[in-house]
Design a protein around this ligand. Structure first.
Ligand code: XLS
Ligand code: MG
Length: 345
């Protein structure tokens, strides 16, 4: 399983979070963007992912010209540090306009806001030198089944994707599915849905997917199968590795924290399918535990990367021959133990 290329790593500014949850305030002081950039570099990460308002704070209060000016300043700053912008994602779930969803809001005025803001996000991405737009469709779903229709929402989502594809002929749209939270049910809950809706757009080749381990687990699926499926279509353009302990709120735990074997299988699939060879990054969408002290506030990133690299070694030293013999003999009992021994060894 030897690979010629090595992996490149990426995180977003929101992954240096301060411990706030719905039940309590921050437990660590906020740090500046420069502090985060510096930390990212020291940890050996090579790219940063951005929401549109991470790139240009208070974006809705600024003119289009001002937004682009600030994006250009950020680009210079990143170039100076040798850090790439991996993607830009419109943060459509914060604005008062998107309370009832963005692209699938029942109010046409608010749908227009969501599309305009996404077009602006494409302009920011172009300035930052990335063609990748990530769409976590946070509020595109329902709290109440009778309030919207899935068929109509699918049409509206396709219209929105088409508007973005028309706005920038080079951009690639990367849908990040998640089955729930903040919604009861999201309209694009899995990779299968993301790849299927791509087919309805004006340019299916430019619509792909991003898999987040925790989101797959929340959908009751195995993230390694989701990765493998997307790779079969050549459609896995980004990856948010993390972990999740069962069907709860979105935990964004360090990679491998809840289930090392599930993490191992994700790495095995990445190795086998050659993820990263076309320049794709391994991003860790992880957060520190709320209990984390300031002096340990980067450990979740450092440890996720460390675990990932250890699991790459484990994937490369996996006893394939012995495993194949057990598979041929339908001895899955001992195959199970072989995997356990390999991970323990
Ligand atoms: C939330 C998502 C989000 C995206 C980027 O659950 O993981 O952080 O990755 O918009
Ligand atoms: Mg994510």
């Amino acid at each position: 399983m030897a690979r010629s290329t090595e992996y490149r790593f990426c995180v977003g500014p929101w992954n240096f979070s301060e411990g706030r949850d719905p039940y309590g305030p921050e437990t660590r002081p906020a740090q500046s963007f420069d502090w985060k950039l510096d930390a990212l570099k020291k940890l050996g990460f090579e790219a940063m992912m951005f929401h549109d308002d991470d790139a240009v704070p208070d974006i809705d209060t600024k003119s289009a010209a001002q937004v682009l000016k600030e994006a250009r300043e950020l680009r210079r700053r990143l170039d100076g540090e040798g850090i790439a912008a991996e993607m830009v994602a419109p943060r459509l779930w914060f604005a008062p306009e998107t309370i009832d969803g963005g692209f699938t809001s029942n109010d046409p005025k608010q749908r227009r806001y969501a599309i305009d803001r996404s077009r602006q996000c494409l302009d920011i991405a172009r300035v930052l030198g990335t063609d990748l737009i990530v769409l976590w469709l946070a509020r595109e779903g329902t709290y109440l089944r009778e309030s919207k229709s899935c068929g109509r929402s699918t049409e509206l989502l396709v219209q929105a994707l088409d508007a973005m594809l028309a706005h920038d002929k080079k951009a690639r749209l990367c849908i990040e599915p998640k089955p729930n939270e903040p919604m009861d049910h999201a309209y694009i809950p899995t990779i299968g849905h993301a790849l299927a809706i791509a087919q309805l757009t004006r340019d299916p080749k430019r619509v792909g997917a991003l898999i987040e381990s925790a989101h797959a687990i929340l959908a009751g699926l195995d993230p390694s199968d989701e990765i493998d499926f997307a790779m079969s279509f050549g459609k896995l353009w980004s990856l948010h590795l993390n972990d999740q302990n069962g069907l709860k709120f979105d935990q964004d735990k360090p990679f491998g924290s809840a289930n090392l074997r599930v993490a191992f299988n994700q790495v095995r699939v990445l190795e086998r399918t050659g993820y990263g060879r076309k320049g794709e990054y391994v991003c860790f969408d992880v957060h520190p535990f709320r209990t984390t002290k300031m002096e340990h506030a980067l450990k979740h990133l450092e440890n996720s990367r460390k675990t990932f690299l250890r699991l790459v070694e484990k994937a490369r030293s996996y006893p394939t021959k012995a495993a194949d013999a057990l598979i041929a003999d339908r001895n899955y009992q001992d195959l199970d133990q072989l995997v356990i021994e390999h991970l323990l060894g």
